[in-house]
Design a protein around this ligand. Structure first.
Ligand code: SAM
Length: 328
């Protein structure tokens, strides 16, 4: 199977995951048992699309590498990739308590959570690294309900592809793509997002505002409908600075929120430097292809890593979803 190619921003997302999982594992050490769920676990091999072409460790390996280790891990993946992933992970992590569940995570999640019922008191983290709108609201409901009375709900870290969805909908054309629209309603668990869409198509909202409304609607629903105490967003940008997707974190636990706020703040500080490095590397590659060789390697100009963290990092709370009646 060919290695999958990822941009530097995917690696940054996975670095946030690794950092958060370490914080989570340390903060929950006393519990003695922890659960990791990866609903879109991916392929065994991933490679950087940048000129360095280095291998990138995917989310399943990063979860298995976490120390102190997760007690139980469940990886969901479509059948084609699931077999290869399972084979690789078995070879690399013999003796660990994990399973790769082949199939659509939306169909499989309920029975897997049923099997984990004896552990519904244990701190649980679920990563939902979808590509666009694969996850269904019913799946988020199952995850949020997986808890014993009085225990914090499973933490969710969800990719919300707000930067890509407007293109998929064919926002600027006369007819929107009904398939994408249907998938969006299944993901949000409501068609309320269509109010913001109509406002965008008639020029009352800008495309940027529409994207922000999509992410806000998901956060609002996670808080108001599933009862999460806090949600927090990191905007993932590409080399040209375009916002491509948002990572939404939902938790009931103030320590979890504090750790993710720290991770987001650190990632935000690195973002500009990572963009600069990617631009320099591409420029260098172009020059090398043209037979020009610079005195310095782009790698010599490594990004300035943050020395501290901004505990006051701005993060707007979710607000009531866009309603046409709100503005008219
Ligand atoms: C963005 S990739 C995930 C990458 C992964 N987290 C990693 O770090 O390597 C999305 C993955 O979800 C899988 N997928 C898509 N729809 C799915 C579904 N309904 N259930 C389970 N997996 C799905 C795809 O095959 C793909 O490998």
């Amino acid at each position: 199977m060919m290695a999958r190619e990822w941009g530097w921003w995917t690696e940054q997302k996975l670095d946030i995951l690794s950092g958060y999982l370490t914080g989570f594992a340390n903060a929950t050490r006393k519990a003695g048992t922890t659960v990791y769920l990866d609903l879109f676990a991916g392929q065994p091999d991933n490679v950087s699309r940048e000129p360095t072409r280095h291998m990138i460790r995917g989310s399943a390996r990063r979860a298995l590498d976490t120390s102190p280790p997760f007690s139980v891990l469940k990886f969901f993946e479509m059948p084609g990739h699931a077999t290869a992933l399972e084979k690789n992970l078995q070879a690399e992590y013999p003796g660990r308590d994990f399973r790769v569940i082949p199939g659509d995570c939306n169909d499989e999640v309920e029975s897997v959570l049923q099997g984990l019922r004896p552990l519904n008191w244990a701190p649980t983290f679920a990563f939902l690294d979808q590509q666009s709108t694969e996850v269904k609201w019913a799946t988020l409901e199952h995850l949020a309900r997986f808890k014993r009375q009085g225990k914090p709900k499973a933490e969710l870290w969800l990719l919300c592809a707000s930067g890509l969805l407007p293109r998929g909908l064919r926002l600027r054309q006369e007819l929107i793509d009904d398939n994408v629209a249907c998938q969006m309603s299944l993901m949000f668990g409501t068609d309320q997002w269509q109010e913001a869409l109509s406002a965008t198509r008639s020029g009352r909202l800008s495309a940027t505002e529409f994207r922000a409304e999509l992410t806000n609607l998901m956060r609002w629903r996670l808080q108001k409908d599933l009862g999460y105490k806090v949600t927090r967003v990191f905007k993932v940008k590409n080399t040209s600075g375009s916002e491509i997707f948002d990572m939404i974190f939902a938790t009931d636990h103030e320590v979890g929120d504090k750790i993710m706020k720290w991770m987001y703040s650190k990632a935000q500080k690195q973002q500009g430097a990572l963009q600069d490095r990617a631009r320099r590397q591409r420029q260098q590659k172009r020059e090398e292809e043209q037979g020009k060789f610079g005195l310095f390697n782009a790698e010599d100009a490594l990004p300035v890593m943050p020395t501290g963290f901004d505990v006051h990092a701005a993060d707007e709370p979710a607000h009531p979803p866009y309603r046409a009646s709100r503005t008219s």
